[in-house]
Write a protein that binds this ligand. Sequence first.
Ligand code: LMR
Length: 330
Amino acid sequence: MRLISKKILAASVATAAILGMNGMASAQEVIKFAHVVAPNTPKGKGAEFFKKRAEELLGDKVKIEIYPNSQLFDDSKVLAAILRGDVQFGAPSLAKFGKWTKKLQVYDLPFLFKDMDAVSCFQNGEKGQELLGAMSDKGLTGVGYWHNGLKQLSANKPLNNPADAEGLKFRIQSSDVIAAQFEAVDAVPQKMAFSETYSALQTGVVDGQENTWSNIYSKKFFEVQDYITESNHGLLDYMVVTSTKWWDGLDPEIRDGLTQAMNEASDYANDLSAELTAEQRQAVIDSGETEVLQLSGDDFSAWQEAVKPVWAEFSDDIGQDIIDAAAACN
Ligand code: LMR
């Protein structure tokens, strides 16, 4: 076969691949997934797994593009961008939905979950599953929960007792519950984008922050904080969200494939989070750049006592039935 005929043959095969039986071109769905963390995190790896599985299951029908590290949108903009169709998936932390629904504030209540098994129990239970639909009136659908882990406190002074936090400025996510938590110990919360946190800690704009081992490690917060208290005092998990209109309008075959890929990615990310948390916690300790403090039983109880009034403050907004269902998972 001469070279020219080979080229023509290859071109016709490629054309046939993107034309349906009726000869009409079937458009490829380009699907953007934007998030704010590094690729080497439970969310970063979950998103990559989702891409791989969706493209395996659906072939050329979809192309998934992942944008990590706030490259496309930070969390204060991503939900509006999803509704506009500029991006199809985001996975903000559950602390960042306050403008859209008050119910998800349950996840920020301090000391609500004793460990990640309790979190899984609640998320997989009836109330947790209902909360995936908490923003349906706003046009947003939750398609899954992904774990990151429990939060630790860091600062440039040792935080053992709640009184140690008094007067210190803490960078927080955009959550009124988390603001109330720091106000309960007479500290000063400052809402700030994740992408600005490292430099705010480095330059002393804030004195401390709270985050998971994975975020503290992957964004190098430990390099600019002298102490980390292993407090496990709250949760940082995610809801993967999409636009209801876009999702419902998808070709059913594509929606089924994406649903399967998302379910598998959720299982994968949730299993991986425990492993990454342990690994990255150890890497922070081994770095020698910061001192990791353990709380005595009395100090742990003192923190719990100090922030407990936050639960009552938000119970009407959240719904006591939801709080009770979560607490029952411990
Ligand atoms: C933060 O802002 O600290 C987190 O929500 C970032 C993330 O997505 O884990």
